[in-house]
Ligand binder design. Sequence first.
Ligand code: C5P
Length: 227
Amino acid sequence: DRQPIVAIDGPAGAGKSTVARRVAKQLGLMYLDTGAMYRAITWLVQEKGISFDDEPAIAEVVSRAKIEFIDTSEDPAIPTQVWVDGCNVTEAIRTQAVTANVSQVSSLKSVRLHLVKQQQQFGERGGIVAEGRDIGTHVFPNAELKIFLTASVSERARRRQQDLIKSGEEGITLSLLEGQIAQRDRLDSTRKISPLTKAENAIEIDTDHQTIDEVIGEIVKHYATIV
Ligand code: C5P
């Protein structure tokens, strides 16, 4: 018998990571950031000097890559560490260079097949909050609770800018970020394999005018109705 699964999907910058991680801590569930896995592969491809158009070479990379998550703290403000092939890439996977190319890498069939399989293994026994683009529609279609988090492009760009400033990447304008976010939305929503869409039975939460605590409270309340 498996434990419940909470699937949190939505576009870039809707606040999924912060919300999902804190919901997981609060409910005592495991946390899976699937975007970090696509980012780790993108970083690795870049590191190896492989072209983002070279699908056979990327397929080879993803089939050998070992992605690990290490939680070093109970404090939800301290991010989970992401390691790939023995390198700590926690910060490297959040840079503009990776962000600009991740949608292209994640649209590849071989990449998705591999990573989705690993994600499903991770969630085999349930008891997890998993976040991404296709969790409720594809990775865990039987998830007990499905949330679709949204926010306007301008609000998401503003949040991304704050994150970048915190990590020392300054001087990136809002209009540039809005353009990138709109472009990533377009690529993620129109790709052939498992595009970003709201699952039929997902609960949509617009986070534009809500605090993180309010959004978390709403999800926890929904969770209480399914357990
Ligand atoms: O959530 P995050 O912004 O870290 O995701 C990075 C990228 O990884 C997305 O823009 C998307 O291209 C890809 N992704 C995906 N499927 C998921 C999670 C992320 O295709 N389940």
